[in-house]
Unconditional design. Structure first.
Length: 327
């Protein structure tokens, strides 16, 4: 039996068909009983009958849960899963969202707040440095920077990360599941014994953190033929997928991130972003834990371009899986 189609099925109505064909350039249909006002109409008139429209608490609950559980159903079969919404994972998502509006892309982020280590430069300083040619990514994203010759400076790292995040979240075929941890990988073993990654195992992050002190709290799953893991090199969940590959005996041992060397580190991370085991691509600083690459410290160009490369690799693998009808 062929696996359930992971991409969008036949549109249910001509309207949907037009919407799908328009590449999701659909205008939200507002069923707006109460006419919305403009800020100018509201300003300075708070005492003149200002009042919010009425609500019942259950309406808020249903508005949230209906959508969330629909998303869980929709993305239970994803085309690509990205683990970790740091600068690398978000850059990969941005490239995939632009290139393939027909694919379902799920991002799993353990923290409530996505963005990983990219909200500040180094040692809590605000500015973010990217060495050329990573300025190409900033230009594509529409983030302003100061040109310093061999490198560029974004005035605040949060400007880069919030712009990237807002662009990624605006793609209708990308869903961010934050406060959700990947706590295992779905695997398939071919007759010749080759192991392939076929999705991720998830749980609420707070649950994942308390498996040892609570009774059994089983996880949920997301099937996908391609997983991109960009879980960073440190932090409570850092380098998750590569550590799991070691415990599954798919990697002999962690390579161990080496000392700081900007010139060596950034080229290595971008050039060696790749499929580590069939179906699993590793990028960003998680890769330093596989290859024993140097760290680069407070320069972020390699994160962006590793994400670009991870997206390219993912699309190649996805096409191959589709040809082999292997999910
Ligand atoms: O920002 P990070 O940690 O990882 P990258 O690779 O996107 O960017 C790394 C970059 O910020 C640096 O470390 C800079 C360049 N410094 C280098 C240096 O030499 O110090 O983002 C990883 C994200 C985080 O948001 C984690 O919360 C998340 O991944 N995460 C997970 N999400 C879901 N499930 C997991 N198991 C998991 N583990 C981590």
């Amino acid at each position: 039996m062929s696996p359930p189609a992971a991409t969008f099925g036949e549109p249910s109505s001509p309207t949907n068909a037009a919407q799908l064909k328009a590449g999701f350039d659909v205008k939200p249909v507002t069923i707006n009983v109460n006419k919305s006002k403009t800020l100018d109409e509201l300003a300075y008139k708070w005492e003149e009958g200002f009042k919010f429209a009425p609500i019942r608490e259950s309406q808020v609950s249903r508005a949230m849960t209906r959508r969330y559980f629909q998303d869980l159903d929709t993305y239970a079969e994803s085309d690509i899963v990205i683990v970790g919404a740091g600068s690398c994972g978000l850059s990969a998502a941005y490239m995939l969202g632009k290139a393939r509006p027909d694919l379902k892309i799920a991002i799993i982020e353990a923290s409530v707040s996505p963005g990983g280590g990219a909200w500040l430069g180094g040692q809590l300083f605000s500015a973010m440095v990217m060495r050329k040619p990573a300025d190409a990514f900033l230009t594509d994203l529409g983030v302003a920077f100061e040109d310093e010759g061999d490198f560029v400076v974004v005035k605040h790292a949060a400007l880069f990360t919030s712009t990237l995040l807002s662009k990624v979240l605006s793609f209708p075929n990308i869903k961010l599941f934050n406060a959700t941890a990947v706590e295992d990988l779905i695997t398939r073993t071919s007759p010749d014994g080759t192991l392939r990654i076929a999705g991720v195992v998830t749980n609420w992050t707070l649950v994942t953190m308390h498996h040892d002190d609570q009774s059994c709290m089983d996880p949920n799953t997301i099937n996908a033929p391609v997983v991109i893991s960009t879980t960073g090199h440190d932090g409570p969940f850092g380098a998750f997928s590569v550590k799991r590959l070691v415990s599954m005996q798919q990697l002999d041992k962690l390579g161990g991130m080496r000392g700081l060397d900007m010139n060596t580190a950034e080229d290595a991370i971008v050039k060696r972003t790749r499929e580590i085991v069939p179906g699993l691509i590793v990028g960003g600083m998680e890769l330093s834990e596989v290859d024993g690459a140097n760290r680069m410290g407070p320069t972020f160009g390699a994160m962006a371009l590793s994400g670009v490369k991870a997206a390219e690799e993912a699309l190649e693998i996805f096409a191959e899986r589709k040809r082999q009808n292997e999910y």
